[in-house]
Design a protein around this ligand. Sequence first.
Ligand code: 5GP
Length: 192
Amino acid sequence: MELLKEQIASQGTVISEGVLKVDSFLNHAIDPKLMEQIGKTFAEKFSGDGITKIVTLESSGIAPALMTSLNLDCELVFARKRKSLTMLDKLYTAEVYSFTKQQTSEIAISKELLSENDHVLIIDDFLANGQAAFGLIDIIKQSGASIAGIGIVIEKSFQPGREQLEEKGYRVESLARISSLSNGKVAFIEEG
Ligand code: 5GP
Protein backbone atom coordinates (compact mmCIF):
# COMPACT_ATOMS: atom_id res chain seq x y z
CA MET A 1 0.00 0.00 0.00
CA GLU A 2 1.80 3.10 -1.29
CA LEU A 3 0.41 5.67 1.17
CA LEU A 4 1.42 3.45 4.10
CA LYS A 5 4.92 2.92 2.73
CA GLU A 6 5.30 6.68 2.22
CA GLN A 7 4.31 7.36 5.81
CA ILE A 8 6.67 4.68 7.13
CA ALA A 9 9.50 6.19 5.06
CA SER A 10 8.80 9.79 6.07
CA GLN A 11 7.70 9.35 9.71
CA GLY A 12 9.09 6.00 10.88
CA THR A 13 12.15 5.85 13.13
CA VAL A 14 14.44 2.85 13.11
CA ILE A 15 15.08 2.12 16.79
CA SER A 16 17.38 -0.84 16.17
CA GLU A 17 18.02 -3.49 13.50
CA GLY A 18 14.79 -5.18 14.65
CA VAL A 19 12.41 -2.46 15.81
CA LEU A 20 10.58 0.30 13.94
CA LYS A 21 8.80 3.15 15.70
CA VAL A 22 5.66 4.50 14.01
CA ASP A 23 4.07 6.32 16.95
CA SER A 24 2.99 9.28 14.84
CA PHE A 25 0.32 7.36 12.90
CA LEU A 26 -0.21 3.82 14.27
CA ASN A 27 1.07 3.09 17.80
CA HIS A 28 0.40 6.30 19.74
CA ALA A 29 -1.14 8.94 17.52
CA ILE A 30 -3.53 7.52 14.90
CA ASP A 31 -3.95 8.89 11.38
CA PRO A 32 -7.66 8.49 10.51
CA LYS A 33 -7.23 8.99 6.75
CA LEU A 34 -4.52 6.34 6.65
CA MET A 35 -6.68 3.99 8.76
CA GLU A 36 -9.59 4.52 6.35
CA GLN A 37 -7.35 3.50 3.44
CA ILE A 38 -6.01 0.51 5.39
CA GLY A 39 -9.56 -0.65 6.14
CA LYS A 40 -10.54 -0.41 2.46
CA THR A 41 -7.43 -2.28 1.33
CA PHE A 42 -7.91 -5.18 3.76
CA ALA A 43 -11.60 -5.32 2.86
CA GLU A 44 -10.75 -5.62 -0.87
CA LYS A 45 -8.38 -8.49 -0.13
CA PHE A 46 -10.87 -10.45 1.98
CA SER A 47 -14.21 -9.48 0.41
CA GLY A 48 -16.18 -12.51 -0.68
CA ASP A 49 -14.52 -14.71 1.95
CA GLY A 50 -17.57 -14.75 4.21
CA ILE A 51 -15.88 -13.05 7.16
CA THR A 52 -18.27 -12.74 10.12
CA LYS A 53 -15.85 -11.30 12.65
CA ILE A 54 -12.54 -9.53 12.92
CA VAL A 55 -10.34 -10.39 15.87
CA THR A 56 -7.45 -8.18 16.96
CA LEU A 57 -5.35 -7.46 20.02
CA GLU A 58 -5.51 -4.28 22.09
CA SER A 59 -4.46 -1.57 21.64
CA SER A 60 -2.71 -0.89 18.34
CA GLY A 61 -4.67 -3.45 16.33
CA ILE A 62 -7.99 -1.78 17.11
CA ALA A 63 -7.83 1.20 14.68
CA PRO A 64 -7.00 -0.79 11.52
CA ALA A 65 -9.36 -3.59 12.60
CA LEU A 66 -12.24 -1.17 13.16
CA MET A 67 -11.88 0.40 9.71
CA THR A 68 -11.70 -3.06 8.14
CA SER A 69 -14.82 -4.25 9.98
CA LEU A 70 -16.67 -1.14 8.82
CA ASN A 71 -15.75 -1.93 5.19
CA LEU A 72 -16.50 -5.65 5.46
CA ASP A 73 -19.70 -4.94 7.39
CA CYS A 74 -18.83 -7.47 10.08
CA GLU A 75 -18.35 -7.51 13.84
CA LEU A 76 -15.12 -6.74 15.66
CA VAL A 77 -13.75 -8.09 18.92
CA PHE A 78 -10.38 -7.34 20.46
CA ALA A 79 -8.50 -9.60 22.84
CA ARG A 80 -7.66 -7.92 26.12
CA LYS A 81 -4.23 -7.99 27.67
CA ARG A 82 -5.41 -6.91 31.10
CA LYS A 83 -8.42 -8.51 32.68
CA SER A 84 -11.11 -5.98 33.36
CA LEU A 85 -13.44 -5.98 36.35
CA THR A 86 -16.33 -6.28 33.90
CA MET A 87 -14.97 -9.51 32.39
CA LEU A 88 -16.97 -11.78 34.64
CA ASP A 89 -17.83 -14.27 31.92
CA LYS A 90 -15.97 -17.39 31.02
CA LEU A 91 -12.88 -16.62 28.95
CA TYR A 92 -10.79 -18.13 26.21
CA THR A 93 -7.17 -17.36 27.08
CA ALA A 94 -3.69 -17.79 25.57
CA GLU A 95 -0.14 -16.87 26.55
CA VAL A 96 1.65 -14.36 24.31
CA TYR A 97 5.29 -13.32 24.47
CA SER A 98 5.50 -9.64 23.54
CA PHE A 99 8.25 -8.74 21.09
CA THR A 100 8.40 -5.11 22.19
CA LYS A 101 7.77 -5.53 25.93
CA GLN A 102 9.86 -8.74 26.16
CA GLN A 103 7.49 -10.35 28.62
CA THR A 104 4.78 -13.00 28.51
CA SER A 105 1.21 -12.00 29.21
CA GLU A 106 -2.17 -13.64 29.07
CA ILE A 107 -4.66 -12.45 26.46
CA ALA A 108 -8.37 -13.15 26.77
CA ILE A 109 -11.69 -12.99 24.92
CA SER A 110 -15.06 -13.64 26.52
CA LYS A 111 -16.56 -16.95 25.40
CA GLU A 112 -19.81 -15.22 24.52
CA LEU A 113 -18.07 -13.10 21.83
CA LEU A 114 -16.74 -15.92 19.63
CA SER A 115 -18.52 -19.02 18.39
CA GLU A 116 -18.09 -21.98 16.08
CA ASN A 117 -20.30 -20.18 13.56
CA ASP A 118 -17.72 -17.42 13.09
CA HIS A 119 -15.32 -17.15 10.15
CA VAL A 120 -12.59 -14.88 11.46
CA LEU A 121 -10.11 -12.44 9.95
CA ILE A 122 -7.24 -11.63 12.32
CA ILE A 123 -5.82 -8.10 12.04
CA ASP A 124 -2.72 -6.75 13.79
CA ASP A 125 -0.41 -3.75 13.52
CA PHE A 126 2.95 -5.56 13.22
CA LEU A 127 4.14 -9.06 12.42
CA ALA A 128 7.55 -10.02 13.82
CA ASN A 129 7.90 -13.54 15.27
CA GLY A 130 4.20 -14.32 15.04
CA GLN A 131 3.58 -14.70 18.76
CA ALA A 132 0.59 -12.34 18.85
CA ALA A 133 -0.96 -14.00 15.78
CA PHE A 134 -0.45 -17.51 17.18
CA GLY A 135 -1.99 -16.43 20.51
CA LEU A 136 -5.07 -15.15 18.68
CA ILE A 137 -5.22 -18.32 16.56
CA ASP A 138 -5.11 -20.39 19.78
CA ILE A 139 -8.09 -18.48 21.22
CA ILE A 140 -10.08 -18.63 17.98
CA LYS A 141 -9.52 -22.39 17.71
CA GLN A 142 -10.72 -22.90 21.29
CA SER A 143 -14.03 -21.31 20.24
CA GLY A 144 -14.38 -23.65 17.26
CA ALA A 145 -14.45 -20.72 14.81
CA SER A 146 -12.62 -20.96 11.48
CA ILE A 147 -9.87 -18.61 10.30
CA ALA A 148 -9.92 -16.92 6.88
CA GLY A 149 -6.51 -15.33 7.20
CA ILE A 150 -4.31 -12.77 8.87
CA GLY A 151 -4.09 -9.12 7.83
CA ILE A 152 -0.97 -7.28 8.95
CA VAL A 153 -0.34 -3.56 8.59
CA ILE A 154 3.49 -3.74 8.79
CA GLU A 155 5.32 -7.02 8.31
CA LYS A 156 9.01 -7.30 9.16
CA SER A 157 9.76 -9.99 6.60
CA PHE A 158 13.28 -10.59 7.93
CA GLN A 159 11.71 -12.05 11.08
CA PRO A 160 10.07 -15.49 10.96
CA GLY A 161 6.38 -14.72 11.66
CA ARG A 162 5.04 -14.98 8.10
CA GLU A 163 6.99 -18.14 7.32
CA GLN A 164 5.73 -19.87 10.46
CA LEU A 165 2.12 -18.88 9.84
CA GLU A 166 2.30 -19.97 6.18
CA GLU A 167 3.89 -23.27 7.22
CA LYS A 168 0.74 -23.92 9.27
CA GLY A 169 -1.39 -23.13 6.23
CA TYR A 170 -2.58 -19.63 7.12
CA ARG A 171 -3.02 -16.91 4.52
CA VAL A 172 -1.06 -13.76 5.42
CA GLU A 173 -1.80 -10.41 3.73
CA SER A 174 0.53 -7.56 4.70
CA LEU A 175 0.14 -3.97 3.51
CA ALA A 176 3.84 -3.09 3.85
CA ARG A 177 6.63 -5.66 3.90
CA ILE A 178 9.98 -4.59 5.30
CA SER A 179 13.04 -6.53 4.15
CA SER A 180 15.54 -4.80 6.43
CA LEU A 181 16.04 -2.11 9.06
CA SER A 182 19.82 -2.17 8.72
CA ASN A 183 21.94 1.02 8.88
CA GLY A 184 19.01 3.01 10.26
CA LYS A 185 17.09 2.65 6.98
CA VAL A 186 13.76 1.05 6.12
CA ALA A 187 13.97 -1.17 3.03
CA PHE A 188 10.75 -2.56 1.53
CA ILE A 189 10.01 -5.70 -0.43
CA GLU A 190 8.59 -4.37 -3.70
CA GLU A 191 5.60 -6.39 -4.87
CA GLY A 192 4.09 -6.42 -8.32
P1 5GP B 1 5.11 -10.81 17.13
O1 5GP B 1 4.09 -11.28 18.12
O2 5GP B 1 4.75 -11.12 15.71
O3 5GP B 1 6.51 -11.23 17.49
O4 5GP B 1 5.13 -9.23 17.26
C1 5GP B 1 3.99 -8.50 16.91
C2 5GP B 1 3.57 -7.57 18.02
O5 5GP B 1 4.70 -6.93 18.62
C3 5GP B 1 2.70 -6.50 17.44
O6 5GP B 1 1.40 -6.65 17.97
C4 5GP B 1 3.33 -5.19 17.88
O7 5GP B 1 2.58 -4.65 18.92
C5 5GP B 1 4.69 -5.54 18.40
N1 5GP B 1 5.81 -5.25 17.48
C6 5GP B 1 6.62 -6.16 16.91
N2 5GP B 1 7.60 -5.56 16.23
C7 5GP B 1 7.40 -4.24 16.33
C8 5GP B 1 8.10 -3.09 15.82
O8 5GP B 1 9.13 -3.15 15.12
N3 5GP B 1 7.57 -1.88 16.13
C9 5GP B 1 6.45 -1.75 16.89
N4 5GP B 1 6.02 -0.50 17.13
N5 5GP B 1 5.77 -2.80 17.40
C10 5GP B 1 6.24 -4.04 17.12
